[in-house]
Design a protein around this ligand. Structure first.
Ligand SMILES: [Zn+2]
Length: 349
């Protein structure tokens, strides 16, 4: 085992005598250090094999007390053992250069080699229901963080409503949206594959790790029934007249589901199903740029938390909370709801 301080925790000097390792809420402050301890910290940034530790500290002239003082202080900053086995997947060099911030973020989140976290993501498949502008933002974000495979059953073509600075470029007008996404990704250094859901054979569909459902105002229940029946985690986004809403990651059998939510809404307002049916038929759109980009950011973060967890990288929190952004007040509000006693999702737990 190698003891190595995660190099993404920056070493800073608070004053000529006091070091600070890392920024954010829990940096490590090191009071007056001896020269030997400073050199020891520098060596820990490079990495020390644990069998070599007594030899190196002896060479530096550190007592066992001084050594353990430093090791205790930096314990939370050390890289952890990698859950990713030796993978045959290699990240493209150009992609690595462009994904610099992703690699640092992944490394800090998981106290691990950031590139290995991204390699873990390369074997993941995410389904995106619609490749409208919001779906496109999610797709591009997921490609940027290293997701290997994007799947969609979207069969529409890029129309004028899909064009714009946060949508497709004009040259792709009239192209099937799946092909247009493929073209956009091919123009940048990454290896994300894009597949049409219809053409996938059934066993590949079963390997979908997570699905994203995007809709205006109301989600048609048959759309999430598909993922519930297949036992596939999913996350929903709706844009409405006041807010954009991103659900928690719904894990069939473990968390409350979107049917639970509908039942709760009907309990609160018995006319909700009648209203929802009319809203489903509406062609109004509320995915303005601020809502679109907010939703994409939250969805990407939640999918990453889920994928990295599957790969063995634990996160402190389960990320089982949804959020909405209220456009008028600018408030970001947390959303969760309990499982409904009359919901069939109880049966699959
Ligand atoms: Zn339910």
């Amino acid at each position: 085992m190698v003891l190595r301080i995660n190099p993404n925790h920056q070493a800073l000097w608070r004053n000529p005598f006091e070091m600070q390792l890392g920024t954010g809420t829990n940096p490590v402050r090191l009071g007056k250090l001896s020269n030997a301890q400073e050199r020891f910290i520098a060596a820990l940034y490079k990495g020390i094999a644990d069998q070599q530790l007594p030899l190196i500290t002896a060479q530096l002239g550190l007592s066992s007390k001084e050594t353990s003082q430093v090791l205790k202080a930096v314990d939370g900053l050390l890289l952890e053992d990698q859950p990713v086995k030796n993978s045959k997947i290699k990240l493209d060099e150009d992609f690595v250069v462009g994904a610099f911030a992703e690699i640092i973020r992944a490394s800090l989140l998981h106290s691990a080699d950031g590139e290995k976290v991204l390699i873990g993501r390369a074997s993941r498949s995410i389904h995106i229901s619609d490749l409208d502008r919001a779906g496109l933002s999610v797709a591009l974000g997921l490609a940027a963080v290293g997701v290997g495979h994007l799947i969609s059953h979207d069969e529409l073509k890029v129309d004028k409503a899909n064009l714009g600075p946060t949508g497709y470029p004009t040259q792709l007008l009239g192209q099937p949206r799946v092909d247009a996404l493929r073209t956009l990704l091919a123009a940048s250094p990454n290896k994300t594959m894009v597949s049409t859901g219809k053409k996938l054979i059934e066993n590949k569909r079963q390997k979908i790790d997570c699905a994203v459902l995007i809709s205006q105002q109301v989600i048609e229940p048959s759309r999430y029934a598909t993922w519930m029946n297949r036992d596939i985690p999913h996350i929903a986004v709706t844009f409405d007249s006041e807010r954009v809403w991103v659900s928690p990651m719904i894990i069939p059998g473990q968390s409350a589901c979107l049917f639970c939510l509908e039942k709760m809404r009907t309990q609160q307002d018995e006319n909700w199903p009648v209203l929802a049916t009319q809203l489903l038929a509406s062609n109004k759109r509320f995915d303005d740029a601020a809502s679109q980009l907010f939703a994409a950011g939250i969805v990407i973060q939640k999918i990453l938390a889920r994928m990295d967890k599957i790969a063995g990288f634990e996160l402190a929190q389960e990320n089982l909370i949804g959020f909405s952004l209220e456009l008028k007040t600018g408030l970001v509000i947390e959303h969760t709801w309990p499982r409904h006693e009359a919901c069939a999702c109880q049966l699959i737990s």
